[in-house]
Write a protein that binds this ligand. Structure first.
Ligand code: ZN
Length: 223
């Protein structure tokens, strides 16, 4: 199996700096754990970040600024721990594979997930990251042969393919590929006929579907 689609450079740099929102850090780590190419890039970015910090002259911080920095460092540390959570794959009862970090967040075995049907062969399961999370994380299951309505994005969106495969304007996406999409990308994934496609998706803000029917359908999808 060859990974064909990788994380965007800006996502790699943010991941290396520990500044990705939680949902994106979880999706990115799911890909990085299976992609030597992106793992190398993260390591390079971390070395570069360390070198830049070493070259900066120290400056005195006011008490408020120091407290803010400490809070930020503690938050980064928590994010880093979340992103370093092992995402070693293991087969569920039905042979599907999801990252271990996601299984822990789900609190139920993969086979017991309560999928929320959204019509057109699409089901979703939102994963709770806490009320204050700025990003949303959810599993999406698209039935074999189904098409997701064409849509653009009002914010950053990263999708990790866990099983099955789909094709869109950017090519074919199969297990451990990521679609790391900027807001200006509009696409219409069509799942291959051989199997359902299960993805792990991180979004900043709701996706923006085109056309009246897809817009009516959007609240049902819940993204
Ligand atoms: Zn990669």
């Amino acid at each position: 199996m060859t990974i064909m689609h990788h994380l965007d450079e800006s996502t790699i740099v943010s991941f290396a700096a520990g500044s990705l929102p939680a949902a994106f850090a979880i999706v990115a780590s799911g890909h990085i754990d299976h992609c030597a190419c992106c793992r190398d890039k993260v390591a390079r970015a971390q070395r570069l970040g360390g070198a830049i910090l070493d070259s900066v002259e120290p400056v005195a911080l006011s008490q408020g600024a120091a407290n803010n920095l400490l809070e930020r460092l503690e938050a980064d540390d928590r994010k880093l721990k979340a992103s370093k959570t092992s995402v070693q794959a293991s087969a569920g009862a039905d042979g599907d594979v999801i990252p271990a970090a996601v299984r822990r967040l789900l609190d139920v075995p993969f086979s017991d997930i309560r999928w929320k049907k959204a019509g057109r062969g699409i089901s979703t399961c939102q994963i709770d990251l806490g009320e204050k999370a700025a990003s949303k994380l959810f599993l999406m299951k698209i039935a074999a042969g189904s098409a997701v309505p064409e849509h653009g994005h009002t914010g950053h969106e990263v999708t990790l393919i866990l099983s099955g495969a789909y094709n869109d304007q950017c090519g074919r996406f199969a297990r451990w590929d990521v679609a790391d999409l900027d807001p200006d990308v509009e696409h219409q994934p069509i799942v291959e006929d051989s199997a359902d496609c299960i993805c792990l998706v991180a979004v900043e803000r709701p996706a923006r579907f085109k056309g009246l029917l897809p817009r009516l359908f959007q609240p049902m999808v819940g993204i």
